[in-house]
Design a protein around this ligand. Structure first.
Ligand code: SDX
Length: 393
């Protein structure tokens, strides 16, 4: 008699939960954050305002916005000793390895003074994570290229500060580019939250045991790193470089359809969207804006557009409703903005931190919440007696 598949009425057994933060209709290509359309937020809001919305459930008024923005701005520095942690990594360590380690390490610097059952202290941990992720990300990048760390500036906006820490150098004044700053902010908004994706479910499961939020977010970063998830934006660029020329697209489309070939069209398909990913629509528009305003002619964008055209006419992809997802264009924009491919998923993690911490907060605040305990359908051996070594074949 095999085991049986049971449901824990709580959270993770069926891989599902109740949440009021993000709504997705995959068939209709709809994405709402607290009821607001992603396209309207991307066009009319800014990232910190969307952070406030995800955390608190409402858009802030002017006073709330100023207080929240200041609360984030004045926590952008990290403990100076984190630099010693950073220097323990090899210079060529993947920045996602560094982020997983450094964010987990924040448990040692910031957690012991925080009681996650106190609402105020919960928000403090949320603010610290949102505030410090760009600083840690830029530190990881600067360390990998041997440049000195650039400290955050309190007079800059969140996105401007991130770009300044990434690309500024102490020996000259950094000039911000409003086109790139706006694009950065929009990219962060588009990646902020996405319901119960793999990394968010990881954060929720880790948090359901009462683990501290910094350790939970580190678990989310680890899950996001996978090429089937957040690592896809980096994989899209590698794929486009592998294809190299539009004449080779049919060869790779054929491979993507071959079940015996592990090649997949990275940036296509989605576990939930069986229609166009609404974020990809905004991302494609932003991609064209950034490249034209920067005067960048990127052959990889031309290749991406041709690949999209061919794939969307191919019955295999049409029948399976495999459309470009958010990752298909983000890598091309980030490349135009000067980010190395190794930093693409790090940027995704910086943006998704607010989604992870908002979902963690929602779970911790639910009095009926229990520890997640997925069950299984047992497919192993039935009970059998032990066989001593001397009697084994
Ligand atoms: C993100 O969950 C989220 O919300 C994630 C995310 C977020 O914001 O958190 O949206 C971010 O992770 C976006 C997805 C990024 N990943 C990629 O772009 C990697 C490439 N995509 C595939 O690995 C795939 O599409 C997945 C992993 C995204 C979804 O895989 P599924 O669930 O197996 O896809 P499916 O069930 O819809 O597949 C249906 C069919 C299968 O073939 P058949 O068995 O029907 O013959 O489509 C095939 C799949 O083999 N298929 C692909 C394909 N994706 C699915 N074939 C070729 N290329 C692809 N990209």
């Amino acid at each position: 008699q095999l085991g049986y598949f049971t449901y824990d009425p709580g959270f993770m057994a069926t891989g599902s939960c109740e949440s009021g933060i993000t709504f997705i209709d995959g068939d209709e290509g709809i994405l709402l954050h607290r009821g607001y359309k992603i396209a309207e937020l991307a066009e009319q809001s800014d990232f910190l305002e969307v952070c406030y919305l995800l955390l608190n459930g409402e858009l802030p008024n002017a006073g709330q916005k100023q207080e929240f923005d200041q609360g984030i701005t004045y926590h952008t520095m990290v403990h100076e000793q984190m630099q010693f942690f950073l220097r323990g990594f090899r210079r060529d360590a993947h920045p996602m390895a560094v982020m997983t380690g450094m964010v987990g390490g924040m448990s040692a610097f910031y957690h012991d003074s925080l009681d996650i059952h106190d609402p105020h202290q919960r928000m403090v941990s949320a603010h610290r994570l949102i505030a410090k992720m760009p600083t840690l990300a830029a530190m990881a990048y600067k360390y990998s290229i041997g440049q000195p760390v650039v400290y955050p500036r309190n007079e800059m906006s969140y996105s401007e500060n991130f770009l300044h820490m990434m690309f500024g150098v102490p020996c000259e004044d950094w000039k911000s580019n409003p086109v790139i700053t706006k694009a950065m902010d929009r990219i962060l908004i588009l990646h902020a939250d996405h319901e119960q994706n793999a990394s968010t479910s990881t954060v929720r499961l880790a948090g359901s045991s009462g683990a501290n939020p910094f350790a939970c977010i580190a678990a989310g970063i680890a899950s996001l790193w996978g090429p089937a998830h957040g690592g896809a934006n980096e994989a899209v660029l590698s794929m486009l470089q592998q294809i190299g020329h539009k004449d080779r697209i049919p060869e790779f489309v054929k491979r993507a359809k071959d079940k015996n070939d592990s090649f997949r069209l990275m940036g296509f398909g989605h576990r939930v969207y069986k229609n166009y990913d609404p974020r990809a629509t905004v991302m494609q528009k932003t991609c064209h804006e950034v490249l034209s305003q920067l005067g960048v002619k990127d052959p990889l964008l031309d290749l991406a557009m041709e690949l999209e055209r061919i794939a969307l006419e191919d019955p295999y992809f049409v029948e399976r409703k495999l459309y470009p997802n958010v990752d298909f264009y983000s890598g091309i924009i980030l490349r135009a903005m000067g980010f190395p491919t190794s930093m693409f998923t790090v940027l995704f993690a910086v943006a998704r931190t607010v989604g992870w911490i908002s979902q963690w907060k929602e779970m911790i605040e639910d009095p009926s919440q229990k520890i997640g305990r997925p069950r299984q359908l047992y497919t192993g051996e039935t009970e059998r007696p032990f066989v001593p070594l001397a009697k084994r074949g």
